[in-house]
Write a protein that binds this ligand. Structure first.
Ligand code: PLP
Length: 429
């Protein structure tokens, strides 16, 4: 018998449902259809012009080189300055980060997968608050580690469970606790008390605590996101110990509309970063120096334009309002909790048992004047296969007008789907 030609680790990986939808949408667009792509968190907002200026400036030197595997010093310095200013402007007390606390990666995706490769042994477990960004499962699988979910529920505003409930999931194999705030997909922002509780549990059990903060700046209401860098225990020795456990993940993709440049960051203690940087060195060698200069230009520009982020937030707030209004007008039967941050909306269709088929029906078989909508079935964001089956996630990544149009198309598609299902159950000749 022929030996299996692939490593068993690839059996642990499956295509992301978000990407599956994206591939179909791209094909339809190539055929001339209009697809409102609410399925992927890729903002349509133009990136800051200083990005292109910095790229051009660097390219014109004619020197496009390898950079250090920890990242270009210029970007690490600029990003550290940006992060400190971000908290200082809000008068928030925080750990001061220095250049040595920053590692540059190929997006937050690479930051996460390299972190898991650096801290997990095969069989190790990482506790992740559910719902969660579905690719976490694959990043962990590559490291031979396993995601263990700690469920939270929309009915309870995705509140963090009690300490006892969280601790119940800790085993001798647990290596880290991870959470994402503001959360993709729920839009939940963890309160100071909740972040501190997670930090305390990590500290007491000597576990890494990983905060995925890629949506830190994306605030839709009054509540700011609390960073792990803001945690301050009353005992100094706890704070010192905590620094050996704390890992923050960040990215230029979302707040700076730079998804395609693939630049992310790990913020942590130098001794931790040096290990993760070794994984960088042995996977991609280093991140593109051209793009690092471009991103440094963008962060530098935002530092001197304090209203940049406020304008961005306003843009997403208008989109959210358009979505909530359109839902009330066209989909009165659904449940759509208002998100506090990030730029997604979870919509529950109580009449469905499984919404997956409807999502594909709408994209592939339905259109209004050549226009249709791509959304993400939300089961991908839960580990428990019974959860999220009647929910979708939409990303607020198009204009308010297009969001309203998309939701109207969704309502029309629902009517057509009911007819389609009705016809399917009729006896055939
Ligand atoms: C919660 C979360 N973490 C990480 C990522 C990955 O971001 P990046 O584009 O920097 O790889 C995403 C992307 O959507 C995300 O939503």
């Amino acid at each position: 018998m022929m030996k299996d030609r692939f490593a068993s680790r690839v059996d642990m990986l499956s295509p992301s449902p978000i990407r599956k939808m994206m591939a179909i949408a791209k094909e339809l667009v190539a055929e001339g259809k209009t697809v409102y792509e609410l399925n992927i968190g890729q903002p349509d907002i133009e990136c800051i012009p200083e990005f292109a200026k910095a790229i051009n400036k660097k390219a014109s030197t004619g020197q496009i080189n390898y950079s250090p595997y920890i990242g270009e010093k210029y970007l690490r310095e600029t990003y550290a300055r940006y992060l400190n200013h971000y908290f200082d402007r809000r008068s928030v007390s925080h750990l001061v980060v220095d250049t040595e606390n920053i590692l540059v990666t190929v997006g937050a995706s690479h930051a996460l997968s390299n972190t898991f490769l650096a801290i997990c042994n095969p069989g190790d477990e990482v506790l992740v608050i559910e719902p969660f960004f579905s690719p976490y499962i694959g990043y962990l699988a590559l490291a031979g580690a396993v995601l263990k979910s700690v469920p939270t529920y929309a009915e309870n505003h995705f509140a963090l469970p009690s300490d006892e409930e969280i601790k119940r999931h800790i085993t001798p194999k647990t290596r880290a606790i991870m959470f994402n705030s503001p959360n993709n997909p729920s839009g939940k922002i963890y309160s100071h008390e909740e972040v501190e509780r997670l930090a305390r549990i990590a500290l007491d059990h000597d576990l890494y605590i990983i905060g995925d903060e890629v949506y830190r700046e994306m605030i839709l209401g009054d509540q700011e996101a609390v960073s792990l860098l803001q945690i301050n225990f009353s005992r100094e020795e706890d704070n010192e110990k905590f620094k050996d456990l704390l890992i923050v993940i960040d990215s230029a993709s979302k707040s700076f509309s730079l998804c395609g440049v693939r630049i992310g960051f790990v913020v942590s203690k130098q001794s931790i970063l040096e290990k993760i940087a070794l994984v960088n060195a042995h996977s991609v060698a280093c991140v593109s120096d051209l793009l690092q200069f471009g991103v440094a230009g963008a962060y530098d520009a935002v530092l001197s334009q304090p209203d940049y982020l406020e304008k961005l937030r306003q843009t997403y707030r208008e989109r959210l309002e358009a979505a909530m209004k359109a839902i009330a007008d066209f989909l009165p039967e659904v449940v759509a909790p208002r998100p506090s941050g990030a730029f997604y909306l979870m919509i529950k269709f109580p009449q469905f048992e499984d919404i997956n088929e409807f999502c594909y029906f709408m994209l592939e078989k339905f259109n209004v004047g050549g226009e249709t909508v791509a959304v993400t079935p939300a089961h991908a964001f839960y580990l428990d296969p019974r959860r999220g089956r009647n929910e979708i996630r939409i990303a607020l990544v198009v204009t308010p007008e297009k969001i309203r149009k998309s939701i109207r198309i969704m309502a029309e598609a629902l009517k057509a789907y009911r007819v389609f299902k009705g016809n399917q159950t009729r006896p055939c000749l």
